[in-house]
Design a protein around this ligand. Sequence first.
Ligand code: SAH
Ligand code: SF4
Length: 418
Amino acid sequence: MCYAIPGKVISLDAKLVYLDYFGKTRKAANPGRILLSIGEYVYAQGGIIVDTIRKEEAEQILKFWKRRFTELKKKDRDLTKNLWKEKQTNRISRKEIINFLSFEKKEEITNICKMANKLRLKNISNASCVHGIIEFSNYCINDCAYCGIRKSNAKIYRYRMTIEEISSLAEYAVKKLNFRALVLQSGEDFYYSDDDLLSLVRSIRDKCGVLLFMSIGERSFECYKKLFNAGAYGALIRFETSNEFLYSKLRPGKKFSDRINLIKKLKEFGFVVATGFLIGLPDQTIENIANDILLMRSLKPDMVSFGPLIPHPETPLASVKKISPEELLKTIATIRIAIPQSHIAVTTAMETIIENGKRHCLMAGANSIMISLTPSEYKNKYELYPNKFGDNLSTKENIVQSLKLLYELGRAPTDLVS
Ligand code: SAH
Ligand code: SF4
C-alpha cells in the first residue's frame, strides 16, 4: 500500500527497469509491458511495476515522504536502541531454530523478540507494506480439517460476490483508499471459471494499477499463468505444513507434493509468492515447525504468511488447544532470525489470538500488515475460524488505527526500504 512511493525511471534494459528512490537504485520487473521512458515516475510493488504517475503529483508525494521517512526512521531506531545483543548470523541452523522455538521463559522470549526486531530494522528497515484483502467467496470444494468454511460445515451461510462487485471494490480500494497491493481470497470455488477470474483480473487492471495476489487455492498452473499474463502478479498460497503425513490427514484427498510443486512453479514463473504454514496443529512438534521454517526458507518467498490455528467449533479440530501469544511471538521472531530479509505479514489470525496483535507482532520481527476490505455483510461469514479480528471494525476504522500504529512505531506504510 497504502502510499506506494513513486520511483523515477533512470534506465531500462530488456528485462528490468532501474528506479531511483531518494538516491537509492532499485530494480523492478515490468511484466505488464507498461510503456516507459527515462525520467518518468512509476509505482512499483513487490518489485513489479503496477502503474505510472504524473511528474507533478509524484514530486509532491516524494517531497512529503522524504521528510516523513527521516522522522519515522528516527522513531524506529529509538524504539530498537539498547536491545539485546544481536547475533550476527545470516543462516541459522536447524538446531538453533529448534533451540529458539524451545524457549519457554518469559525473559528468553522477550529477548528473542527484541533481537528479531533489531534484525528487521537492520535488514529491511522500517518498510511496512499494507495489504488489503477481499474475501470474495466462502464456498469451498475441500474439507480441510482446520477450516470453518470446509464443505462439510452445513451451518454457515455461504456467499459469493459477483465479478462486478469484486472489481468495483478493488477499484475503490486503490483509487479512494490508496491501496497498491490487494489479496483476492476465497475457498476453492470453481463456480468462478478460469475465464471469470481472468475477466476479473483484466477489469481491475484496466481500471487501476495494483499488485494483485490471488489466494484461491489449487487451480491449474495453466490458469495461474493466464492470470499472471492478465495482470495478477502475486499468489498467496501456504503449504500449511511440511509434514506430509500431517498434511494428508488434515487435507483429505489432497497431496502435499501437488501443493509444493505448484508453489515452486509459481515462484519460478515470476509470481510474487507469499507462503507459509499453520502452527498449533494437533501432533505438530517443535521439530515439525523447524522443518516448516526451513522449507519456507528454501522456497524463497517474497512474503511470509503464516499463522496460528484457531479451532473452529464445526470442524474435527474443534477441541484442539489454541497456542499462546508467547508461542506465536517466538515463532515470528525465529522466522525473522532464520530469514532476516523476509517480509513477514501480521495475519488476521495472529491479531485474533493476541490483544493489540499488530503492535506485538510488529515488535517481534513482523513488518507487513493486512487489512480486511471485505464488505461488512460478508465479513463475519468468511469464518475460517471464530471471532476473527476486525469483523466488528469498519474498513476505515481499521485503516486509521493501523496507520496510527505504524507511525507510532516509526514504520512507513510502503514496501520500500528507506
Ligand atoms: N482456499 C485457499 C485460500 C483461503 S484459506 C487456500 O486454502 O489456500 C487461507 C488460509 O487460511 C489457509 O491457507 C489456512 O492456513 C488458513 N486457515 C484456515 N482455517 C484456519 C483456522 N481455523 N485457523 C487459522 N487459519 C486457518
Ligand atoms: Fe477450502 Fe482453503 Fe478452507 Fe481448505 S483452507 S477448506 S481449501 S478455504
